[in-house]
Design a protein around this ligand. Structure first.
Ligand SMILES: NC(=O)c1ccc[n+]([C@@H]2O[C@H](COP(=O)([O-])OP(=O)(O)OC[C@H]3O[C@@H](n4cnc5c(N)ncnc54)[C@H](O)[C@@H]3O)[C@@H](O)[C@H]2O)c1
Length: 333
């Protein structure tokens, strides 16, 4: 399991982590904003552009050029993209060296920084090539959230909401702190973010290779992933998860506690609009989702706080419900 350290004192702990590293990988946005942490760091392209085989090879060459040994540690300083590609390089170099994560986005803090999924995009397919390789440490500071771009921050809120549906305690915290979350009042968010980190760390550690319980983290993802691909990744991943979550809940609301349903849809609608994508491409992509079995489409549905139902539905029902749900969500019914 990854050890988690909160840095509450002006980046002191993070600077110590960085000074011990044999190599720090970051992107140019982070280097521009947090230059004092990035002296001598290896810079990669920002965002999804950095999750390429070319970047992966460039990091591996840099590790070799700097003479990294098996007991050295690499630090990934950045969002999920920096973490994913750096983690994969660490998994491959000398058959695996240690890496630690200093997450600079909300998504990386509550989701991608933990769990050991590393990857690059390949042949136009997101995360096609990767490995399971857990970071030894994650050092967290909420200070980074203050400089995040709005869209990426909203996406991170989506990951937070998704995670908080998984336990009653986290859901209670989410309801209490939702306004602070969307207003980025970082002083009031420690407990909520702590709860998300604990859930992700526990679920991922129980099912490191994603073959069982980790499936509950796919709430909102069947429709969300399809929308993300159809729309060419224009919005952030977490924004598509929010659209997917409200749509999947509206599609199968007969299974969901009434008040819980209303709250989820309201929270999602405060952050994103209901999807306008037509059913045909969504159905085609949802049918190809890796969670599916026996020709049916799998949806992980939150039915009450802490209670996720795995639904398997046929294509005709999925289509009809998607069309009805998106129309209802758009008209506010
Ligand atoms: N491995 C996993 O389990 C997992 C889970 C969720 C998402 N992901 C992956 O994470 C990636 C998305 O990560 P993300 O949402 O963290 O975004 P990101 O890493 O793509 O970064 C988004 C943008 O924000 C900038 N940025 C990062 N931190 C900043 C800060 N503090 N201030 C200003 N700008 C900052 C980056 O330079 C970039 O331009 C996707 O590739 C997704 O597939 C992986």
């Amino acid at each position: 399991m990854t050890s988690i350290i909160f840095d509450k004192h002006g980046f002191d702990r993070i600077k110590a982590e960085i000074s011990r590293a044999a190599l720090v990988v970051t992107d140019s946005n982070i280097a521009g904003l947090y230059g004092d942490m990035c002296d001598g760091a290896f810079l990669i392209p920002c965002g999804e552009q950095g999750k390429s085989p070319e970047t992966l090879l460039a990091i591996l060459k840099e590790m070799h050029a700097r003479g990294l040994r098996r007991n050295d540690c690499v630090v990934a300083l950045g969002g999920g993209a920096v973490g994913d590609v750096t983690g994969l390089a660490a998994a491959l170099y000398m058959r695996g060296i240690n890496f630690s994560v200093v997450p600079t986005t909300l998504t990386a803090i509550v989701d991608s920084g933990l769990g050991g999924k590393t990857a690059v995009d390949f042949c136009g397919v997101k995360n096609l090539v990767g490995a399971f390789h857990e970071p030894v440490r994650m050092v967290v500071s909420l200070e980074f959230l203050k400089t995040m771009p709005d869209r990426d921050y909203i996406g991170g809120c989506g990951e937070c909401i998704k995670t908080c549906l998984l336990t009653q305690n986290a859901y209670r915290l989410l309801r209490d702190r939702f306004d602070a979350l969307i207003a980025r009042e970082t002083d009031g968010l420690s407990e909520l973010i702590d709860a998300c980190i604990a859930i992700k760390n526990t679920v991922a550690t129980d099912d490191l290779k994603d073959r069982g319980v980790r499936r509950i983290l796919n709430v909102g993802h069947t429709v969300g992933h399809a929308l993300e691909s159809v729309n060419g990744f224009k919005a952030s991943h977490g924004e598509y998860v929010l659209m997917g979550l409200m749509t999947e809940c509206a599609m199968f609301k007969e299974y969901i506690d009434r008040d819980f349903y209303a709250e989820i849809v309201e929270m999602c609608k405060r952050l994103v609009s209901p999807p306008r994508t037509s059913v045909k491409p969504v159905l085609s992509l949802a049918s190809a989702d890796k969670k599916n079995a026996n020709g049916s489409i799998t949806v992980m549905l939150p039915v009450s706080a802490g209670n996720i139902l795995e639904l398997r539905v046929d294509r005709d029902l999925f289509s009809a419900r998607y069309e009805r749900a998106t129309a209802e969500l758009r008209s506010g019914r």
